[in-house]
Design a protein around this ligand. Structure first.
Ligand code: URP
Ligand code: ZN
Ligand code: ZN
Length: 537
């Protein structure tokens, strides 16, 4: 079924009432950019602070720590009350959630909207990507700002522009692609002035984004000093180039060459290297898109040894296998090209098991869409196929079906891996990631008995393909509430361009607790410098 999208006009009024104080306190963590399209305290810059009053009745409220039968009352974009039998007046919209789960909206920690990459630009921008997200129950995402010629400020400014048509809350990570004193200072500005608390280092994409170990080491040190999380795309970029050369020499130019040129060993090597360098610096490390058993086991080993390493699988890695890359139709095969590659059957199940046992902690999408025309840039040479797959709309449904419906994961853990853990890692919990009094009213109602079917014909992404085409599952997001407004109901989207708010993420989240104590005991253990009497000649 093709759902309808209604464009709401932008709400410009802010209605003060008894919740004003609470709203203002929460707003202090929203961005106060003086530029248009970003929220300012009081909503005077046009932020869509809703005055809608909503009661969600009779459902099971699920948080990462607890689930209980309860009603939820929302006003002015904030959760006001979570308790049974809430009574309201006629001016309140009532949603019957009997037999359904009421959960925090999903937070996708890894997306690329409107990104220039491999000579083209991703198909989904901040509006279409977010519309798709909302239809699938994701109410916040964190996108990667790409520097402009290595310059962070220029990159940030460009993404401020791109995000002006946002329809939901979002935050930014920042990629680091070169190193000098200017970048080091700009990292300070990004953290202290712009609300960014994470930086990504690409260990692959040689010749464009890839960084050296020397840069990574400097970056890790800087991240530590700023209380910012270092993130890595872990593949050995030099070896990938060698692998690509090998495939071309063998006459393998199709999409299967992509998987063959960058095997799991290259992901494991870079993952292990990044983990050891982070250990040497004693700073937390976040490994994005963990695609293989080999990389996952490096993370498991480090965590077992007590190191603070976060492992992020993506939906494609949890659900798909690489057989698609051998499909005889180029267009079909090319849509599965992403990096690190989707692996052989078996890796998917192992990553699911790792997720269910907290070896891996949260699920992303790496939503980075290119349509068939863009993917065809590599029809003669797999190295030119733009890397990336969709997932922002499908993540919540697929994780529910494969992990909860299958019995592999508790419902509370579903909330943890799709929302709460992300909010905690990036230091915005409990504003986000919880159905608690005072939290933002980003909420979904999921019907565990309803079914869905995924198709490019009905999805909300602008891409003409979907890597999950034809998949069916149980457990459907029937209602999405974003910023206290119902934006998805009865398969209809009501999205508001420009209503999205930039969420500042403060540094020194929980992963930094105790780091200084470990540093102190390291220094105490050195027994150096040794005090020696001066040698006499
Ligand atoms: O293939 C991918 N993953 N594309 C997006 C860029 C990245 O490496 O995250
Ligand atoms: Zn990456
Ligand atoms: Zn990515």
């Amino acid at each position: 079924m093709v759902s309808k999208i209604t464009f709401s006009s932008r709400r410009r009024s802010f209605r003060p009432d008894a919740l004003l104080v609470l709203v203002l306190v929460l707003l202090s963590t929203y961005e106060g950019h003086p530029m248009e399209g970003f929220c300012a305290i009081g909503g005077e810059s046009g932020c869509a602070l809703s005055s809608e009053k909503i009661l969600i009745m009779g459902g099971t409220v699920v948080n990462a720590h607890h689930k209980e039968m309860s009603d939820v009352y929302i006003e002015d974009g904030i959760i006001v009350s979570v308790k049974p039998n809430i009574r309201v007046g006629d001016d309140v919209k009532v949603i019957d959630a009997t037999g359904k789960y009421v959960m925090p909206g999903g937070i996708d920690p890894h997306t690329h909207l409107d990104m220039e990459f491999m000579g083209t630009v991703t198909k989904d921008d901040f509006f279409t990507g977010q519309a798709a997200a909302l239809a699938g129950g994701t109410t916040m995402h964190i996108d990667f700002v790409m520097p402009v010629n290595g310059n962070l400020t220029a990159g940030f400014d460009a993404y401020v522009e791109k995000a002006k048509r946002s329809a939901m809350d979002y935050g930014f990570h920042m990629a680091i692609t070169k190193w000098d004193a200017g970048v080091s200072t700009e990292m300070e500005q990004m953290v202290n002035e712009k609300g960014i608390n994470s930086f990504k280092f690409f260990m692959a994409y040689k010749g464009s984004l890839m960084v050296s170990d020397e840069l990574l080491l400097q970056g890790l040190k800087k991240c530590k000093s700023l209380g910012a999380i270092a993130m890595v795309h872990a593949e050995n970029g030099d070896a990938v180039v060698e692998g690509q050369k090998r495939m071309i020499e063998l006459g393998i130019t199709g999409p299967e060459g992509h998987a063959l040129s960058r095997p799991p060993v290259l992901e494991a090597e870079a993952t292990a290297r990044a983990i050891r360098l982070a250990n040497f610096v004693n700073t937390p490390l976040y490994v994005v898109h963990v695609m293989s058993i080999d990389a996952m086991e490096e993370i498991a080993k480090a965590r077992k040894a007590g190191q603070r390493v976060i492992g992020e699988p993506v939906v494609s890695g949890l659900i798909l296998d690489d057989s698609w890359l051998w499909h005889p139709d180029f267009t079909t095969a090319a849509k599965y090209v992403m990096s690190p590659p989707i692996r052989k059957s078996g890796h998917d199940k192992a990553l699911q098991a790792a997720l269910s046992t907290n070896v891996l902690q949260l699920v992303a999408t790496d939503h980075c869409t290119f349509n068939s025309t863009q993917k065809a840039f590599g029809s003669e040479d797999f190295r030119k196929i733009p890397n990336g797959v969709n997932g922002i709309e499908e993540r919540m449904h697929l994780v529910w079906d494969r992990m909860v419906e299958s019995g592999q994961m508790a419902i509370t853990d579903f909330v943890r891996v799709t929302s709460t853990e992300c909010a905690k890692i990036f230091n915005i919990y409990p504003q986000k990631g919880a159905v608690l009094e005072g939290s933002d009213a980003d909420i979904i109602v999921l019907n565990p008995n309803a079914t869905y079917k995924i198709s490019a014909a009905s999805h909300h992404s602008k891409s003409d393909t979907n890597v999950y085409e034809g998949m069916t599952g149980k457990g459907k997001v029937e209602v999405t509430i974003s910023q206290g407004r119902v934006v998805w109901e009865d398969d209809e989207l009501k999205v508001t361009p420009g209503s999205g708010r930039y969420i500042r993420m403060p540094p020194f989240g929980y992963l930094f607790d105790g780091i200084q104590k470990v540093d102190a005991s390291y220094l105490a253990s050195l027994n150096a410098p040794v005090q020696r009497s001066k040698a006499t000649s």
